[in-house]
Design a protein around this ligand. Structure first.
Ligand code: SAH
Length: 241
């Protein structure tokens, strides 16, 4: 595919989803990052989404559904970014944000760092588990923590909410069953200093013409997280709050 064809695909997908149109520089950044993703994904398993139209819809547009909930100039942490989602599309389309992408898998983080560098995208990367002690220096430091496809809300809230500053928020990007997940996580979210939570139901419009349901779960941080959290992962998983 050529850049021109890629550009019209990107523009169509963003317009379908009511997202701001990418300018020339942003289109180029997406293009370089996409080419690098296809190149590395051909021999290293970064993502199951392997074609450009799907990458555009299911990674780029999907990631950007969260953008409307992120305030201007926010300091953002993406927990479990994988191959860079939602952090990379956010870094391209929202130059006002300061973004840190965290993942426990080194090869994925290396890809994100290298892809961002090649494309000239400004983004910090950090290898590690959210519950590891070396990351804990950042507890309570972020205006917004985002996370997509990492864990169900009862587990995710313990990985993410401790990093949010009071007055900030966690926004989890979900496909479905958000109500159930939030209900199941309610007690834990309260213990971790989170508010009741709001669900925003959305539709992701694909280039194929189909739509898929999406939900954004937003939890505000209203009080300090007790220092016992996050616990080691085995405890989080075995006994979610
Ligand atoms: N957010 C990406 C990747 C989802 S796959 C996307 O939506 O495409 C889940 C990712 O979370 C994996 O890359 C895995 O390495 C990472 N992960 C799982 N648990 C984690 C933890 N406790 N801390 C940091 N990363 C974690």
């Amino acid at each position: 595919m050529e850049l021109l064809e890629f550009r019209s695909m990107l523009e169509k997908s963003f317009a379908q989803n009511n997202l701001p149109a990418p300018d020339e520089e942003q289109t180029k950044e997406f293009w370089i990052f996409s080419e690098y993703l296809l190149e590395i994904n051909a021999h290293t398993n970064l993502t199951a989404i392997r074609t450009l139209p799907e990458i555009v819809s299911k990674h780029y547009a999907d990631s950007l559904l969260v953008a409307e909930l992120i305030p201007h100039n926010a300091c953002v942490l993406d927990v479990g970014c994988g191959a860079g989602f939602p952090s990379v599309p956010l870094a391209i389309m929202r130059k006002d944000l300061q973004i840190t992408a965290l993942d426990s898998t080194e090869k994925k983080l290396r890809f994100v760092a290298e892809g961002a560098k090649k494309a000239g995208i400004s983004l910090q990367t950090c290898v590690g588990r959210a519950e590891d002690s070396k990351i804990r220096a950042s507890l309570g430091k972020f205006d917004v923590v985002v996370s997509r496809a990492v864990a169900r809300m009862s587990i995710l809230s313990e990985l993410c909410l401790p990093y949010v500053k009071i007055g900030g928020k966690l926004v989890a990007l979900k496909a479905s069953k958000a109500e159930e997940e939030l209900a199941e996580a309610k007690r834990g979210v309260g213990i971790l200093g989170g508010s009741d939570g709001i669900i925003y139901n959305r539709a992701l419009h694909l280039l194929s013409g189909e739509s898929e349901p999406r939900a954004l779960i937003e939890v505000s941080k209203v009080k300090e997280t007790p220092s016992a959290y996050p616990r080691p992962y085995a405890s989080i998983q075995k006994k979610p709050l």
